[in-house]
Design a protein around this ligand. Structure first.
Ligand code: AMP
Length: 396
C-alpha cells in the first residue's frame, strides 16, 4: 500500500510517499512560495534532487504539481495516481474533539474549521491543503493526524489552568500540548528498546520549536507546551514560559498592542532574543565557543529550563526509565545532552561522555553510562512515518 503524507503550511507544502509494505520512502519534497511564485524540490533515493520554478497560485496547484512529478516517466516513482491508497495530513490542532487520528469527512472538516481561532497560524493552511488534496484525489480516504491528540488522555488537573474555570468552558483555554506525533513515535521506540510497554519515559523534542513530554504506559501524562506552542522551554525565537505579567507590563511600558506583544514573544525572543545571534543553535554554539557571553547565556538558560522540566516530570511519574533526545538540537547537540543530564546521578541518570560525543548522527544511540539505572537515548524522530502508519491503520 502506498500512502502520501502531506504537511501544508501557509506558503509551503511538504510531502512524502511511503511504500508501507517495505516501509520505504519512495519520494519526498517541498513546494515553497505558494501564493507568491513557486519552487518545488523533489527527492528520490539514489537520484539527484530535482528543483524547478513552477507557478503555485494556491495549494491545489502545488499538489497537482506533486502528483505530476510522482507519476512522471523520468522523475516519478509510480505509474498512476490510483496507486496512492490514502493520504495522511498533519494537523497541529485537533481541539477537544479530534482526540485520535481520523478519516476526515464533512463533519470533521466542519469541526476543524470551527477551531481555527485556537490555531490561527497552522489551521487555515492545513485546511486549504486538505481541501486541495480532496479535490485532486476525491476517490481516496484522507486521514488527519493531530499533534494535540497524544495529550487527550491527560488528567484534568494537568491541563486546566488556574484561571476562572468559566474561561475554560467559554473559550476552551487549556493545555493542549503539541509535537505529539513526534513524542508518540520516539516514546514508542524507546519502550520497544526497553522491552517495557509500561515504561516511564521523558521525551525531549528539541528543535526550532521545543517541547518535553512525560509518557507512562504509552500515554502522555504531561507536556511543556500549553494552550499554544509558546509555552515550555525557550526555543529558536519563542520565549517559552515566562511570568505572564511580563506581557501586560511590556504592553504598558513599551506601548505595544496585543499583536506586537505576541510578535515579540513568538518571533524575537528565545535563543535569538537572548543571544542576538539568530535562532539557529549552531550559530549560537559557534558564538558561545568564541567567548560571547550572551550566546553562552542562551545555551545555559536552555539547558537549565530543560533540566527543570525533566526533574518535575520525574517527580510527577514517581521515577523514570528513559530520557529521550530528539529533533535537530536533541539529535545533534551532544554538549546539550551532557549538560542536561549532568548532576542527576542521584536519580540514576548518567551519560557516557565518550559514546555521547562519538555516536553517529541521525541514528538511534544508547548513550547511557555503564551501570546507570535510567537509559539516556538519542532517537531520530519520524513524524511522517507515524502519520503514514495511522493512515494505513485507519484505511487498510
Ligand atoms: P528542527 O526544528 O528539528 O529541524 O531543528 C532545528 C534546530 O536544530 C536548529 O536550531 C539547528 O541549529 C539545530 N541543529 C541542527 N544541527 C545541529 C548541530 N549539529 N548542533 C546543534 N544544533 C543543531
Amino acid at each position: 500500500m502506498k500512502i502520501l503524507v502531506v504537511n501544508a503550511g501557509s506558503s509551503s507544502l511538504k510531502y512524502q510517499l511511503f511504500d508501507m509494505t517495505t516501509n520505504e520512502v519512495l519520494a519526498k519534497g517541498l513546494c515553497e512560495r505558494i501564493g507568491i511564485d513557486g519552487i518545488i524540490t523533489h527527492k528520490r533515493p539514489s537520484n539527484p534532487d530535482y528543483k524547478a520554478n513552477v507557478a503555485f497560485p494556491d495549494h491545489k496547484a502545488a499538489i497537482e504539481c506533486v502528483l505530476a512529478l510522482l507519476t512522471d516517466k523520468e522523475k516519478g516513482v509510480i505509474a498512476d495516481v490510483s496507486e496512492i491508497s490514502a493520504v495522511g495530513h498533519r494537523f497541529a490542532h485537533g481541539g477537544e474533539k479530534l482526540t485520535k487520528s481520523a478519516i476526515l469527512g464533512d463533519q470533521e472538516l466542519e469541526y476543524l474549521e470551527s477551531i481555527v481561532g485556537l490555531n490561527p497560524l497552522h489551521g487555515p493552511p492545513a485546511i486549504s491543503g486538505l481541501k486541495a488534496c480532496k479535490e485532486v484525489m476525491p476517490s481516496v480516504n484522507h486521514v488527519g493526524v493531530f499533534d494535540t491528540s497524544y495529550y487527550s488522555g491527560m488528567e484534568d488537573y494537568a491541563y486546566i489552568y488556574p484561571i476562572p474555570y468559566e474561561l475554560y468552558e467559554k473559550h476552551k483555554i487549556r493545555r493542549y500540548g503539541f509535537h505529539g506525533t513526534s513524542h508518540r513515535y520516539v516514546a514508542a521506540k524507546a519502550a520497544e528498546y526497553l522491552g517495557n510497554k509500561d515504561a516511564k519515559i521523558i521525551t525531549c523534542h528539541l528543535g526550532n520549536g521545543s517541547s518535553i513530554t512525560a509518557t507512562v504506559n504509552g500515554k502522555a501524562v504531561d507536556t511543556s507546551m500549553g494552550f499554544t506552542p509558546q509555552d515550555g522551554v525557550p526555543m529558536g525565537t519563542r520565549s517559552g514560559a515566562i511570568d505572564p505579567t511580563v506581557v501586560t507590563f511590556l504592553q504598558k511600558a513599551e506601548g505595544l498592542t496585543a499583536a506586537e506583544a505576541d510578535n515579540l514573544l513568538n518571533k524575537q525572543s528565545g535563543l535569538a532574543g537572548i543571544s542576538g545571534f539568530g535562532s539557529d543553535c549552531r550559530d549560537i554554539r559557534d558564538a558561545a565557543a568564541a567567548g560571547n557571553y550572551r550566546a553562552q547565556l542562551a545555551m545555559k538558560i536552555l539547558c537549565h529550563n530543560i533540566k527543570k522540566i525533566v526533574g518535575s516530570y520525574i517527580a510527577e511519574m514517581n521515577g523514570v526509565d528513559a530520557i529521550v533526545f530528539t529533533a535537530g538540537i536533541g539529535e545533534n547537540d551532544r554538549d546539550l545532552r551532557e549538560e542536561v543530564c549532568k548532576d542527576m546521578s542521584f536519580l540514576g541518570i548518567e551519560v557516557d561522555a565518550q559514546i555521547n560525543q562519538t555516536c553517529p548522527r541521525g541514528e538511534f544511540a544508547d548513550v547511557t553510562a555503564k551501570g546507570a539505572k535510567v537509559k539516556t537515548l538519542v532517537i531520530p524522530t519520524n513524524e511522517e512515518y507515524m502519520i503514514a502508519l495511522d493512515t494505513l491503520n485507519l484505511t487498510k
